[in-house]
Design a protein around this ligand. Structure first.
Ligand SMILES: *Cc1c(COP(=O)(O)O)cnc(C)c1O
Length: 344
């Protein structure tokens, strides 16, 4: 299987070399949709509705399991709109830039971002199982700056040297694109650092490729010496299905606490009904809503932007309808800010 860096399409060699045997979920990934026409045909839509450049810098990638939750015949399906490339992505829009959240400035070691007190974020790999068109790290220089496989020595050294870091967040890309063996070799190294108290995973795989939540992964999670938080990423109620429910149940059984973060996306979840249903559906899988992010204004994502007034009105509507613990924090990220800022 070839894994592409999201920007340069160069193979991430270290990842491939360190992945000895195929798991069923890797086979699922190999069969993912990579051409807009194929996905549209699967959805019984004419190929001419594909409106993206054939070789975008950020190629299409959609697992079949995820595509199966889309509504056939609906070009405006909220799951489809998240992943289908559109020609407008290549137009430049003022205010939409390469690194709006200042990730490059908070880099402390290869693949390590230390932006907020007490926690660091490790870019473990550039690979993802799905390419979301609104991705805020689509411009991140993954091929040279992820801490994959044998290359996280510098990141681990940094964490060891900083007694004020007590939480390590494995992110990416998607950390669950690594093999469980690679993940456990990383956590073995972290386990030797006394001041690390908890582990967090930021992953979309339990949603888009629930088969990734296999026995080995659950054993690894259950074996970790810290409380584990898993923050998944779903933007619409229909991203949950019985397979996803089963994956979440297994993660919970392995001892993880489950949260969801979403992005407020125009045309996808920017109504009170869509958001309320998402939060309700998320908790029916025992996943607690965590953040609702304002879109990071990355180049090529302008069509998803919602304005602040509308976001505040939607947040208010959720408050009026949902149990308090089901209302996510509405936040935006600002380069240089000490935390994700509440939208006011
Ligand atoms: C979002 C983020 C975190 C985590 O922030 P929380 O508010 O704890 O969820 C940590 N580091 C970086 C670089 C982030 O972008």
């Amino acid at each position: 299987m070839r894994q592409f860096d999201t920007r340069t399409q160069s193979p991430i060699v270290s990842r491939r070399a360190a992945t000895p045997k195929k798991s069923p979920w890797r086979e699922d990934l190999r069969r993912a949709f990579r051409r807009p026409c194929d996905l549209l045909e699967f959805l019984e839509l004419p190929c001419h509705l594909a409106n993206g450049s054939p070789e975008p810098d950020f190629p299409m990638l959609v697992p079949r399991e995820f595509a199966a939750r889309m509504e056939p015949g609906n070009r405006q399906d909220p799951l489809l709109l998240q992943v289908l490339p559109e020609r407008v992505e290549t137009q430049s829009v003022p205010g939409f830039v390469a690194d709006p959240v200042g990730d490059k400035d908070s880099r402390q070691a290869r693949g390590l971002l230390h932006k907020y007190a007490g926690r660091v974020l490790l870019i473990t790999t550039g690979a993802c199982a799905v390419h979301c068109r609104y991705c805020f790290r689509q411009e991140f220089p993954y091929s040279t700056d992820h801490a994959g496989s044998d290359q996280w020595r510098a990141a681990v050294d940094y964490i060891r040297s900083r007694a004020d870091v007590y939480e390590v967040i494995l992110s990416g890309g998607d950390p669950l694109m690594l093999s469980t063996g690679q993940l456990s070799s990383l956590t073995d190294q972290l386990a030797e650092i006394d001041h690390v108290r908890r582990l967090r995973l930021h992953t979309r795989l339990p949603i888009v490729l629930p088969a990734r939540v296999d026995d080995r992964l659950c054993h690894w999670i259950a074996s970790l010496p810290w409380p584990v938080a898993i923050v998944v990423h779903a933007n619409h109620a229909r991203e949950f299905d019985p397979q996803v429910d089963r994956a979440m149940a297994r993660l919970r059984k392995a001892g993880a606490s489950l949260f969801n973060q979403s992005v407020l996306l125009a045309g996808i979840n920017d109504t009170a009904n869509a958001l309320t249903e998402l939060m309700e559906r998320s908790f029916s899988a025992h996943v607690v809503p965590y953040y609702l992010h304002m879109l990071d204004r990355v180049r090529g994502t302008a069509r998803f932007d919602c304005d602040r007034q509308q976001a505040l009105a939607l947040h208010e509507a959720m408050r009026a309808r949902l149990s308090g613990y089901l209302v996510p924090r509405l936040v935006r990220e600002e380069a240089g800010a000490p935390y994700k800022l509440p939208v006011l």
